[in-house]
Each structure stands twice: as structure tokens, then as C-alpha cells.
Design a protein around this ligand. Structure first.
Ligand SMILES: Nc1ncnc2c1ncn2[C@@H]1O[C@H](COP(=O)(O)OP(=O)(O)OP(=O)(O)O)[C@@H](O)[C@H]1O
Ligand SMILES: [Mg+2]
Length: 507
């Protein structure tokens, strides 16, 4: 605020000073011009008669000059007419005679007019105007205030100085005008300062408030609280700064949430992984202890070793699946995509899994056409379908699993529909999460139980640039719908890195 005020005051002062200077000069110039014109009219209008031979004034048209003199008196203008020999010939105001000093006389003799500001005295002695009265330097002693501004002009005839007019007016008249101007300027100066004071008060108050709000927000961010919204009217640079600050706080909040989510996922993953490994390890440990203390009957030993083998395999599978998942998730695997016949793959899978399905009294039905083009990585495609069909068998008893497929615009679509136990909406929402198992109690260990299968399938489909969708009704069945884009629509590289627990099951 102080800064603005100082600038305004300095500006106003400088302007006032230069304005007063200019006005002063202009007033004097105008006065001198006016006086000079008056002097010309006195000489040139043939009111002064002079001898053209001697160059001496021989007479004055008194009545004419008197009337001019009276007019000039009314305008506070005094004048004196001198002849070519510096003798005073006429004056309109005997009290104040604009005099010409000897030095000035020398100057005007050269033809130069003189403009001067000087003090003139009121003449105390009676002035006699005679043709022969020469100029006496004694007269100069009479000079004293008040100040007059005077123009002295010489007049020549055939190169001979014939007359000189000293014409002047009191500067006090001009001063009055000047003072009036200065007074007006002073008042406007004060008003300007006052207005500047009020404006700068409001402007600086608003600026201070906004800067304070930003300060507060900065401290809030420093404390780790990113819930900030600074007001932004999109008017000036401070508004832009506020906007950028809001954007920064928002992105900080987002990354903070992302870090928190990642940490939670990491902890969840470690807890799940530890849990999944504990069961087989406990089984193996128990059997090993039994064997060590020889408490397992001889005929049970073979079965115990088989159990250990099964759990060891399960552990290996768990580790491999996790490694596999991580590789896919972090884009470390590259797809070898080509167009092939998916119909043949489906037929193969049906043949391969019919026995497993039959073991649970399930029927495998293929409705997909025998020849169906798909653009995908062959091995990954088999892995995806195998996992989904295996799940369908796993979670269905005495039912039907139908595998369908068709060409759609920009790709190929597959469906795996079962009439099994189905899922609730909440279970469907979590299906792509690693280690997610809808219901631990009804788990079949026959086809795996680590809860990684769907997470891998999800990542693989995304890697192909495809889509996977699940619809399910509890106790009625589940349908998986998969879409693989054709060669023209498929992305050239793998997908971007995804959240490992991305919950994107379209319902
Ligand atoms: N067709 C289905 N019907 C009902 N529930 C299903 C079906 N497919 C998957 N689920 C549910 O989703 C969970 C996750 O499936 P996912 O295949 O990832 O794991 P999993 O089959 O239990 O173990 P694995 O890692 O060996 O495949 C299953 O445990 C199950 O609760
Ligand atoms: Mg599975």
C-alpha cells in the first residue's frame, strides 16, 4: 500500500511542478507577445510623427495616443515612448515609468528587442516630458518594487533608430492568475492523493487477503492436508497462481491417495500370500514331523507323501502364478499375436476338459462355429479360455457349461456360460483381485484355489487390448464375455500398466 501511495505522490508532485513551470513560462510569453503587439500599434499607426530626415520625433497625435493610453491603463499596462536619443517623449502613467537603462539602450540600438522582469519604483518627483529631456542614470535609483514585466522595442527608419517603446505590466496581476492556477493544482493534487489513498487501501487489502489465503494454503499443504480450494475469478496473475495452486494441491492429493492405495494393496498382497502359503506349509510340516517321530503308520506313509507332493506343487504353482501375474502386470511379457482359428482351440479345450466336467456331472456344450477367426497370442488365448472354463466347471455341479463365439464389429467375442453357484454383485466387483475367493468355505481344491486365475486372465485380456465382462446371479450361474480386437483395431504394443486390483468388472 505504501509503495502505491509513494508512486502516486511522486507522480503528482512531478506533474504539478512541471505543470506550474510550463504555465508560468506560457503566461510570461503570452504577456510579452501582447505587450509587443501593443508597442507596435503605438508606433505603426502614424500617431507618432517624426522627421524623416533627422529621425527625430517631431510630434505626437495626442488625442489618439491618449485614447490608446487610457485603454492600456485600464488593462494595467504602462508604457513610455522614447525618441531616438533616449529622451522620454510620452508616458501613459507618470507614476510608473517603464525605464530603459543605458545598457539596454545599447542593446536596442543594435535592433534587438528586450524582454525583462524588473522592479519599478513609483516616481516621487514630477516627471517633465520634454523633447530635450535626456535620459539620466539617476532615475535608476528610484527603482524599487513592485515588479514589472517589460518589453522594450526599438523602431528604425532607414536604418536609423527613431523611437523606442518600453511597455510593461505589473507581474502581480500575472502572479494572481498563477496563484489561482497553483491553488487549483494543489487542490487537485490533494484530491488525487486522497483518491489514491482510498484506492490503494482497498486494492492492497484485497491483495493482502488473497496472499494471506495462499500463505494459509501453503502451510496446509506443508502439513499434508491437500484439501484446498483457493478462490479464482480468472482476472489477474494472482488468480492464475491460485488456479495453479489448486491444480498442484489436487495432483498432490491424487498421488497421496495413490501411494496410500498402493501401500494398502501391498500389505493386502503380503497378508494374502502369507495366508495362502501357510496352509500347504503347515500340512507339509505336520507330515514331516509325523515321519520324523515315526508316528505315521506304514500303510499311511504313501498317502502322506502324496499329500506333501500335492502341497509342494501347490506352493510352486502359487509362486509361479504370482511371478507370471507380475510379469504381465508390469508389461514384461510380449505378445506374439497372429490370426488363428479359435474354433479349433475351443474344440480342443472341450475335449480336454470333458472328463473333468463329467466328474462333477457337468455337460460341456460348444455353440461357437467350428471356424472362428481371432487375432491373439495363441498360448495366452488358450490360457485365458482354459482358466475361465475351468472355473465354470469348478463352481458348477450337475449343470451345463456353454462356450460360444462369434465375429463382431472390430473383433471376435467369446462367452463362457455356466449354471453354477453364481456370485453376488459384491463378489463380482472383486473378481479381478489377486487372491480373491468369493467363498472360502465352499472351495474345491481340485482345480486350484489360490485366487489368482481371474487376475491373470484380466491382465492378459487387457494386454491384448480386449475387454472382459462378467454377469452373474447367485445360485443361477455366471457368464463371462470376452472381446478380442481384430488386427486393425488392436493396439500395437501391450497395455499400459494397470492397477493390480483394478476393479473393472463390467456388470
Ligand atoms: N464361474 C464362476 N462361478 C462362480 N464363482 C466364480 C466363477 N469364476 C470365478 N469365481 C469366483 O471368483 C474367485 C476367483 O477366481 P480365480 O479363478 O481367480 O481363483 P480360483 O479359481 O479360486 O483359484 P485359481 O487361482 O486356482 O484359479 C473364485 O474363487 C470364485 O469365488
Ligand atoms: Mg480359477
Amino acid at each position: 500500500m505504501l509503495g502505491i501511495l509513494v508512486v502516486v505522490v511522486v507522480l503528482c508532485t512531478t506533474l504539478t511542478i512541471s505543470f506550474v513551470g510550463i504555465t508560468n513560462r506560457t503566461v510570461y510569453l503570452n504577456t510579452w507577445r501582447q505587450l509587443s503587439q501593443n508597442a507596435d500599434s503605438l508606433i505603426n499607426d502614424d500617431e507618432i510623427i517624426f522627421n524623416k530626415k533627422t529621425g527625430q520625433i517631431v510630434g505626437i497625435e495626442k488625442s489618439q495616443v491618449d485614447s490608446k493610453a487610457r485603454m492600456l491603463i485600464r488593462q494595467h499596462v504602462k508604457f513610455a515612448i522614447y525618441d531616438g536619443k533616449h529622451a522620454l517623449r510620452y508616458t501613459n502613467e507618470p507614476d510608473y515609468i517603464p525605464t530603459i537603462s543605458a545598457k539596454e539602450w545599447q542593446t536596442i540600438k543594435t535592433g534587438q528587442a528586450i524582454q525583462k522582469r524588473a522592479n519599478v519604483a513609483k516616481t516621487t518627483k514630477k516627471v517633465t516630458i520634454k523633447q530635450t529631456t535626456p535620459y539620466s542614470p539617476k532615475d535608476e535609483k528610484l527603482m524599487a518594487p513592485p515588479e514589472m514585466t517589460t518589453v522594450i522595442k526599438p523602431y528604425f527608419y532607414k536604418g536609423k533608430l527613431v523611437a523606442a517603446v518600453a511597455i510593461g505590466t505589473f507581474t502581480s496581476t500575472m502572479r494572481e492568475n498563477m496563484n489561482q492556477i497553483i491553488n487549483d493544482l494543489l487542490i487537485s493534487f490533494l484530491i488525487a492523493v486522497l483518491v489514491a489513498l482510498v484506492i490503494s487501501f482497498f486494492v492492497s487489502r484485497s491483495l493482502t487477503r488473497r496472499i494471506d489465503a495462499m500463505n494459509k494454503a501453503t502451510r496446509q499443504v506443508a502439513r499434508g492436508d491437500y484439501n484446498i480450494h483457493l478462490e479464482n475469478r480468472q482476472k489477474d496473475e494472482l488468480d492464475e497462481l491460485s488456479h495453479n495452486f489448486n491444480v498442484m494441491a489436487r495432483s498432490l492429493q491424487e498421488s497421496q491417495e495413490e501411494i496410500k492405495e498402493q501401500e494398502e494393496r501391498r500389505q493386502q498382497f503380503l497378508a494374502n500370500a502369507a495366508h495362502e502359503m501357510r496352509t500347504p506349509l503347515t500340512t507339509i510340516n505336520g507330515i514331516l514331523e509325523g515321519l520324523a517321530y515315526d508316528v505315521i503308520p506304514e500303510d499311511e506313509k504313501k498317502h502322506s507323501i502324496e499329500l506333501m507332493q500335492r502341497d509342494t506343487k501347490r506352493l510352486i504353482r502359487l509362486v509361479n502364478d504370482n511371478l507370471n501375474y507380475e510379469k504381465i502386470r508390469t508389461n514384461q511379457i510380449s505378445l506374439n499375436r497372429k490370426v488363428f482359428d479359435a474354433g479349433a482351440v475351443i474344440t480342443n479345450l472341450r475335449d480336454q476338459l470333458t472328463k473333468k466336467a463329467a466328474a462333477k456331472d457337468n455337460q460341456l456344450v460348444v455353440t461357437a462355429p467350428p471356424e472362428l477367426r481371432v487375432y491373439a497370442d495363441y498360448d495366452r488365448f488358450v490360457q485365458i479360455l482354459f482358466n475361465i472354463i475351468q472355473n465354470a466347471i469348478q463352481f458348477t455341479d450337475h449343470g451345463t457349461i456353454t462356450i460360444g463365439g462369434r465375429l463382431v464389429s472390430h473383433g471376435t467375442e467369446f462367452t463362457v456360460q455356466d449354471t453354477g453357484i453364481g456370485m453376488t454383485d459384491e463378489q463380482v466387483a472383486h473378481i479381478w483381485e489377486r487372491f480373491y475367493k468369493a467363498d472360502r468355505s465352499r472351495m474345491s481344491t481340485k482345480y486350484g484355489e489360490s485366487g489368482i486365475g481371474m487376475a491373470i486372465v484380466h491382465q492378459l485380456v487387457k494386454l491384448h487390448g480386449g475387454k472382459i465382462r462378467v454377469t452373474s446371479r447367485l445360485n443361477h450361474g455366471t457368464t463371462f464375455t470376452l472381446f478380442f480386437p481384430d488386427r486393425q483395431s488392436a493396439p500395437h504394443t501391450g497395455v499400459k500398466k494397470n492397477h493390480e486390483n483394478g476393479n473393472e468388472s463390467d456388470k
